[in-house]
Design a protein around this ligand. Structure first.
Ligand SMILES: Cc1cc2nc3c(=O)[nH]c(=O)nc-3n(C[C@H](O)[C@H](O)[C@H](O)COP(=O)(O)OP(=O)(O)OC[C@H]3O[C@@H](n4cnc5c(N)ncnc54)[C@H](O)[C@@H]3O)c2cc1C
Length: 529
């Protein structure tokens, strides 16, 4: 790709990066008082949100309350949740869910009322869902609302390459002033100057060999924010979903936890309930417990998978509640509920992220974060199922309110054209680096860790990062190489966090330090840039 000197500069009040639930709901809120430019690196639908199955947790049932939702979330978080962050989540949840309905989201109903599912760790039925395609329904409704909004402009195939920063003359501190983006189709750079930037770039499941996440989940926002000077936290807490359909491939098909909520039981290939005696909740134990038990069972038996037995769930219940899962299994010749489903764990959700306060502010002035890329303190050491979509809307709402309050104070930013990076140059094949990275993260920084494996991973990642990546010279090739660069940066940060936590807690389990050490580690692992 040849680089001209001229980079077009677009000006906006608020720049939003990402078109999942966090970016879209934030845009709708902030556009009540500001001009919004929303960039997304592929088609607008492509996001983790679009694949969410189970649903959104909110205390809306008569026998439920925010206090119970708070209690369940704190319990899952293994001592590291920020109680205030969870309180806001549980308290504001029902109101934000009502807003989703007002924006046009059609949740499933039963007997004239919202149908509520049950998932692991929830003491009540509180999962609002749209059959087993909840994320797709949310994406559909929010995209329609955004399309109708006169103050929101969406640019697809615009990949944020780096954040722009400058000195804030009022505070003499660095601040975010916008971004440099690659127009992937045209193969040229665009500068964006903005008073406030919201990163809503989602997660980083592509860091691992097996993942439920789609190809967009390359942790860009984390790397972008960290490189610009914002602090990150708790990256050692990676959630592995216990039940991805085997064989998992590069984007595994998820068998929602709600299937176990309806009575599905995990068994060895010989038919034994191996979670009995491991945890009082059996197959509905917290995800980290279940993923570790499966990992142990696979090592013991040498089998490539365990199975999910749904034979106790009535056929009409399965068909009505999980039509997509039934169809995906049928495609692979598995007849539900009669036949057992082969399943394995897969990387699913990143609990840590860019450290934010309760209003989405990162440690870099003018830079905000919401959704999976943010670490608000809600999840602690382990995310409670179906809390992430809720966290995204609750904290996007709070951030939008804060941005509108601060917009005047944030002042104007310079709009000069930034230099375009040179993309010429040889280097390692990004595809080969990515494949190696995903394998080594799976083997050494996966469900069960040790100091030795983490240190070996650190060495190997540093070797992979030591040489530049080759760029194929066109827009998609340049984006691919940059994404692999982001993944490599993120891998380094995950390993640094994991090595710092010399205990086992929640999703971080290490054989070198198999017990909790609350005297020394009852705190976030923060890496300041
Ligand atoms: C299979 C699956 C099932 C799930 N089920 C549930 C569930 O039932 N309940 C629940 O609560 N959670 C669930 N989750 C998790 C939940 O879906 C995600 O945490 C949530 O959707 C994240 O939303 P987000 O808006 O933060 O990010 P995303 O929805 O991932 O959106 C990120 C956006 O950022 C864009 N982007 C990224 N980098 C760049 C860049 N450099 N430049 C421009 N654009 C960029 C992407 O293209 C995308 O548009 C599930 C996840 C998966 C993968």
């Amino acid at each position: 790709m040849s680089q001209g000197a001229d980079v077009e500069v677009l000006e906006t009040e608020v720049l939003v990066v990402g078109s999942g639930i966090a970016g879209l709901s934030f845009s709708l809120k902030v556009a009540e008082g500001a001009e919004v430019l929303l960039l997304t690196k592929k088609g607008r639908v492509e996001s983790n949100t679009n694949y969410a199955q189970g649903g959104v947790a909110a205390a809306v049932a008569p026998d439920d309350s925010p206090a119970l939702h708070l209690r369940d979330t704190l319990l899952a978080g293994a001592g590291l949740c920020h109680a205030r962050a969870v309180e806001e989540l549980a308290r504001e949840g029902p109101e934000r869910v009502r807003e989703l309905v007002e924006w046009g989201v059609r949740f499933s109903r039963e007997h004239g009322k919202l149908a509520l599912g049950r998932e692991a760790g929830h003491s009540r039925r509180r999962i609002l869902h749209a059959a087993d395609l909840t994320g797709r329904e949310i994406e559909r409704a929010l995209l329609a609302a955004v399309a109708d909004h006169p103050r929101i402009r969406v640019l697809e195939d615009h990949f944020v390459w780096e954040l722009r920063t400058g000195m804030d003359p009022r505070s003499w501190r660095s601040r975010c002033t916008g971004a440099l983006a690659l127009d992937v189709e045209a193969g040229r750079f665009v500068g964006i100057s903005a008073r406030a930037v919201m990163l809503a770039t989602g997660g980083s499941g592509r860091l691992y060999r097996h993942t439920t996440n789609p190809p967009i989940a390359t942790g860009d926002g984390l790397a972008l924010g960290y490189e610009a000077g914002a602090a990150v936290a708790n990256l050692e807490f990676v959630q592995f979903h216990p039940t991805a359909l085997y064989p998992a491939g590069s984007q595994a098909f998820l068998i929602s936890e709600a299937v176990r909520g309806e009575g599905g039981v995990l068994r060895t290939v010989e038919g034994e309930d191996f979670l009995e005696g491991v945890h009082p909740a059996g197959s509905l134990a917290p995800r980290d417990v279940v993923a570790r038990a499966i990992d142990r069972e696979l090592r013991r038996s040498g089998a490539p998978h365990v199975v999910l037995d749904v034979s106790a769930v009535p056929a009409d219940r399965i068909a009505e509640r999980f039509p997509t899962i039934v169809a995906a299994c049928a495609e692979r010749g598995i007849e539900l509920p009669a036949e057992p489903v082969p399943v394995v764990p897969a990387a699913h959700y990143q609990c840590g992220g860019l450290l934010t306060d309760w209003d989405g502010r990162t440690s870099l002035r003018g830079l905000f974060a919401a959704g999976e890329v943010a670490c608000t303190g809600v999840h602690g050491a382990n995310r409670l199922a179906s809390n992430s979509l809720l966290e995204a809307v609750v904290y996007a709402h709070r951030a939008a309110r804060r941005v509108l309050q601060e917009l005047h104070d944030l002042g104007s930013v310079p709009s000069e054209a930034p230099p375009a990076p040179s993309l010429d140059g040889d280097g390692r094949d990004p595809g080969a680096v990515e494949a190696r990275l995903r394998d080594l993260m799976w083997e050494r920084v996966g469900i069960v860790r040790s100091d030795e494996r983490l240190s070996a991973a650190r060495e190997e990642i540093s070797d992979l990062a030591s040489e530049p990546l080759a760029s194929s010279g066109d827009g998609p090739g340049a984006m691919r190489a940059r994404e692999v660069g982001f993944l490599t940066r993120l891998a380094t940060l995950v390993v640094r966090c994991a090595l710092r936590r010399r205990e086992s807690r929640g999703l971080h389990f290490t054989e070198s330090h198999p017990y909790r050490d609350s005297e020394r580690y009852l705190r976030d692992t923060v890496l300041a840039a």
